[in-house]
Ligand binder design. Structure first.
Ligand code: ZN
Length: 195
């Protein structure tokens, strides 16, 4: 069977395909998670007040995307968004639906974002990945009126009942939060007045 477009795009490093149904306009595409891997839901904006940050455990997001996309995923996991090391973003679950990423009570109120990175040396998140994720988080926080702070933007390990090293010690929280706030400040700047 021929590879699906998103698999070819990921493998080739070419992410130009657009014209998709992602809610986030800067996403490269919407790659639907298998229906077994998320819970269809009709969350209203008021139901969503958290963003949960994850790392996949490897730099290549292709395997995470494949895992979320197949009904053979025994853990039935998914996330709303996946961000790669080159800053590419794929949406996999609609924001109104509950992705399976952080335990059922957290899933009910949050948006989950996976990042292709690990805690091994040389597999840290990249600068462009942090920036791309920051722009995405700023979009989500603006859309759902989520405060830009560490009470509402959390790591998986901070809410997990079992110990997860996710996103773990390689994740630069201070720098990441600074980028999110800079995105917010930049977006809120008034337009220059031309005289
Ligand atoms: Zn996680």
């Amino acid at each position: 069977m021929a590879k699906p477009w998103w698999k070819r795009a990921l493998d080739s490093g070419h992410y130009a395909r657009r014209g998709h149904s992602a809610e986030y306009i800067w996403a490269e595409g919407f790659v639907p998670a298998a229906t077994t891997n998320f819970t269809e839901s009709n969350r209203s904006p008021a139901d969503i007040d958290r963003v949960v940050i994850h790392i996949t455990g490897g730099v290549n997001i292709s395997s995470a995307v494949s895992t979320f996309a197949t009904s053979e995923n025994a853990n039935r996991t998914s996330s709303h968004y996946v961000v790669g090391q080159d800053g590419e973003v794929y949406q996999m679950v609609k924001e109104k639906d509950r992705a399976h990423h952080a335990g059922s009570s957290a899933n009910r109120r949050s948006i989950g974002i996976e990042h292709g990175a690990s805690n091994r040396s040389g597999e840290s998140p990249t600068d462009i990945q942090y920036w791309s994720s920051a722009v995405l988080v700023r979009y989500l926080c603006n859309k759902y009126a989520i405060p830009l702070d560490r009470t509402h933007i959390l790591g998986h390990q901070e809410i997990a009942t079992t110990n997860h090293n996710c996103p773990g010690p390689n994740w630069d929280w201070a720098g990441y939060m600074q980028k999110i706030r800079l995105c917010h400040h930049f977006t809120s700047l008034p337009l220059p007045v031309m005289l």
